[in-house]
Design a protein around this ligand. Structure first.
Ligand code: AMP
Length: 226
């Protein structure tokens, strides 16, 4: 039987998961979705989907993503606007990987105010650099069900194969060692200023992302209730 949907869904509103690549934003977004039944909006997933479908946006983003750099703000903001206009976002949504620059955060604030949405609650997941490297180099994903594994500390039962549906697990091309460094650098220089941005407006909650995954989820849920 599916888990009961939390009756507070109607009041969840916008949630932003902030944190470096490998912090566990995707995993925590899935936990929020399971509890509150709101959409999970991952800009990285939408861009990868556009690449796979060969859209104009996907073609423009491909080389930038392969270098571990950020796709221009206007492209990403337009893409997010398209998604937020869909009816399923009305009760709330979880943004994973957006905003990533102060420009994007300012755009989002203006968009939410213009749409008469509540201001977003921002949950920042903190993890240190060496742990991020270990997580990113070991990350494997099931292309069929999206379940995330790690060869170092959360391996599948059979090496390289999804426990749930038996699909062959894949590593993201940008989880290669050469691309991880520029991605973490982009986080430090372009995304970290958002911690200050959201602290100033009193909307930031910090959680310790190095704790075991269930404990991180408990901290995230507490932050959303606060
Ligand atoms: P992610 O799956 O969130 O790690 O994103 C993968 C890649 O997509 C990033 O390294 C960027 O190239 C691009 N990307 C995702 N979200 C954004 C964003 N909000 N702004 C700019 N580029 C993004």
């Amino acid at each position: 039987m599916p888990a009961a949907v939390d009756p507070r869904t109607r009041n969840l509103g916008p949630v932003i998961l902030l944190g470096p690549p490998g912090a566990g934003k995707g995993t925590q977004a899935k936990a929020i979705v399971a509890r509150f039944a709101v959409p999970h909006i991952s800009t990285g997933d939408i861009l990868r989907d556009n690449r796979a479908r060969g859209t104009e946006l996907g073609k423009r983003a491909a080389a930038i993503m392969d270098r571990g750099e950020l796709v221009p703000d206007e492209l990403v903001c337009d893409m997010v606007a398209d998604r937020l206009r869909q009816a399923d976002c009305a009760p709330g949504f979880v943004l994973d990987g957006f905003p990533r620059t102060v420009k994007q955060a300012e755009w989002l604030d203006a968009y939410l105010a213009g749409s008469k949405c509540a201001p977003a609650v921002v949950v920042c997941i903190k993890v240190d650099y060496n742990e991020l490297l270990r997580r990113l180099t070991g990350r494997r994903t099931c292309p069929a069900c999206g379940r995330i594994y790690n060869v170092h500390f959360q391996p599948p039962r059979v090496s390289g194969v999804c426990d749930v549906d038996g699909s062959k697990l894949v590593a993201r091309p940008d989880d290669s060692e050469e691309v991880i460094a520029p991605r973490l650098k982009a986080y430090e220089t372009q995304t970290l200023p958002l911690v200050e941005y959201y602290t100033r407006s009193g909307r930031l909650r910090q959680v310790d992302g190095a704790a075991p995954v269930e404990q991180v989820t408990a901290q995230v849920m507490k932050a959303l209730e606060a």
